[in-house]
Design a protein around this ligand. Structure first.
Ligand SMILES: *Cc1c(COP(=O)(O)O)cnc(C)c1O
Length: 383
């Protein structure tokens, strides 16, 4: 299909073609490690499944299509995708990363890659002025996450990609929280988009998988070489599940956003709630940026009950009937998390509290249930 598709059509058809063998409309789960060759080197583009697999190719074409990229790549997890990006660099190279980073990315950068000589700076990306003292001739990468976890800060992607271009620095965006339905970082000038497709893209809390999308051929070749050398590849079943998830991404995201807005507004007005973090509020510090770069405000939000203490948060989390207390996000079902003891437990209390992650903070991933049921569940838990 050569025609440039609109987003909802691309989610279903982008880069897809009926399977060559029997015309299967969905790509078969090619559960094979290797491929027959007619003569040495005489294969049809597939020789060993660490390098390529047809089910994986179908997913890679899909993510390329919905991120408006030339190349897509699928990985064993979101972390395997980030690991591959960081291996582009040499000892002495410097990376500027957001100070409100996903815990797993923070751990990978500080506990693994610093050991191999990468220098990582963490900065508040709310203001491009903050980058100026850090940019130098060793800076190779700026790593953005927006909206951030769990404080829902929003970073101006275009402002930072412009900065990256003037300093000849690659810009990568972890687009997990927004999904390409809400924002497409390559269109805003980014070089690399990364997804934990475990979350919204696969969307059903049933697989761990990561994705990258890039435009530059040379960058793609380097990443493919690193991936094939290291081997962080997904199995065909996981690729199939992610691909199936993507086909309803637009429908699910629409409902995640509607439900997210209704829950955010309800909590904001609740007498027992102190603070709600959600980029759709006009008084959110980066509301204008969110409006400019996102189609809507997503299904993630965080809140602090009055008092903001651990006991109150625990009581609410234990009383939930529909929300499930669990790690992760972006699935059809609503989840609740406690960042201070779960995702951010490894960050010292003073540091996490400076960024707003107090003991009472609760993070919600709003699912696609009837929103009135979610609101009633919140009300009975908070009461
Ligand atoms: C979950 C997550 C990751 C890591 O992805 P996995 O699929 O769990 O390896 C990276 N970034 C963000 C923002 C995430 O939420």
């Amino acid at each position: 299909m050569d025609k440039k598709l609109r987003f909802n059509s691309a989610a279903i058809h982008g880069g897809q073609q009926p399977d060559k063998a029997y015309g299967a409309v969905m790509p078969p789960i090619y559960q094979t490690s290797t491929y027959a060759q007619t003569t040495p080197g005489g294969h049809q583009g597939y020789e060993y499944s660490r390098t390529h697999n047809p089910t994986r190719t179908a997913l890679e074409r899909s993510i390329a299509s919905i991120e408006n990229a030339k190349h897509g790549m699928a990985f064993a997890s979101g972390m395997a995708a980030i690991d591959t990006v960081l291996k582009l660099f040499q000892p002495g190279d410097e990376i500027i990363s957001t100070d409100d980073l996903y815990g797993g990315s923070y751990r990978l950068m500080t506990k693994i890659f610093q050991k191999y000589g990468l220098k990582i700076h963490f900065v508040n990306m709310g203001n491009v002025e903050n980058f100026k003292p850090l940019l130098n001739n060793k800076t190779r990468l700026i790593w953005i996450e927006t909206p951030t976890n769990p404080m829902m800060k929003v970073v101006d992607i275009h402002a930072i990609t412009s900065l990256g271009k003037t300093h000849d620095v690659l810009v990568a965006v972890d687009n997990t929280f927004a999904s390409p339905y809400l924002q497409q970082p390559l269109n805003l000038g980014a070089d690399i988009v990364m997804h934990s497709a475990t979350k919204y893209l696969a969307g059903h809390s049933d697989t761990i998988i990561g994705l990258l999308a890039v435009n530059d051929d040379d960058l793609y070749e380097q990443l493919a070489f690193i991936q094939n050398s290291g081997g962080g590849v997904p199995g065909p079943m996981d690729c199939f599940l992610a691909l199936r998830g993507i086909k309803t991404l637009h429908l699910r995201m629409q409902r995640h956003c509607e439900n997210g807005a209704a829950v955010a507004i309800h909590l904001q007005e609740h007498p027992k709630i102190e603070k709600v973090y959600w980029p759709g509020f006009v008084n959110h510090p980066n509301h204008e940026v969110a409006k400019k770069q996102m189609k809507a405000f997503g299904g993630m939000l965080s809140f602090v009950p009055k008092g903001g203490d651990l006991a109150t948060a625990k009581e609410i989390l234990e009383k939930f009937q529909i929300f499930t207390l669990a790690e992760s996000l972006g699935g059809v079902e609503s989840l609740a998390g406690h960042p201070a003891s779960m995702t951010h437990a490894s960050i010292p209390k003073e540091i996490r509290e400076q960024s707003g992650v107090v003991d009472g903070l609760i993070r919600l991933s709003i699912g696609i249930e009837d929103v009135q049921d979610l609101i009633e569940d919140l009300d009975q838990a908070i009461a």
